[in-house]
Design a protein around this ligand. Structure first.
Ligand SMILES: [Zn+2]
Length: 146
């Protein structure tokens, strides 16, 4: 797993400069088919985006955009105070591309394992955005289960 680190310093979330002690990991998906991991830096490295995650993952790479202990804007609720967040990217043919899914999933698993090691987290502390909603720590979204 290759992590490319480029912080989105112009994003309001980065500028807010708050930190967290990571207690878990929340997995999202972009619901924006065809926009891959290396395309989000230019889309989110500016003011008035009002969201930010720690990283984007696709079948080729992990692009990290915030320090892991930065408070990200991803859950629309209290998980922002506790969870590291990454987005799984979706290819244009996401509904039929099983090879892409397998490779992207593998990169997501490796990133989650890396973060678990770094912050002494367990697999039980990894949730999806959808699971976060059921736990009352995230807004009502269905990703990435779709
Ligand atoms: Zn989400």
């Amino acid at each position: 797993m290759n992590i490319t680190k480029t912080y989105i310093t112009q994003n309001d979330c980065f500028q807010a400069g708050r930190t967290i002690v990571p207690k878990g990991i929340m997995v999202h998906s972009t619901a924006t088919p065809g926009i891959m991991a290396d395309a989000w830096y230019n889309r989110w490295n500016k003011p008035n985006i009002e969201k930010a995650v720690h990283a984007f993952v696709d079948d080729r790479m992990v692009c990290q955009h915030l320090p892991w202990n930065h408070r990200a804007w991803h859950a629309g609720d209290s998980a922002n105070n506790t969870h590291i967040a990454f987005e799984l990217c979706e290819p244009a043919d996401w509904q039929t591309n099983g090879d892409y899914f397998a490779a992207c999933y593998q990169n997501g698993v490796q990133l989650a394992a890396y973060l678990c090691k770094q912050y002494a987290l367990t697999p039980q502390e990894i949730v999806s955005h959808k699971e976060g909603y059921r736990l009352g720590i995230a807004s009502n979204h269905g990703d990435p289960e779709h």
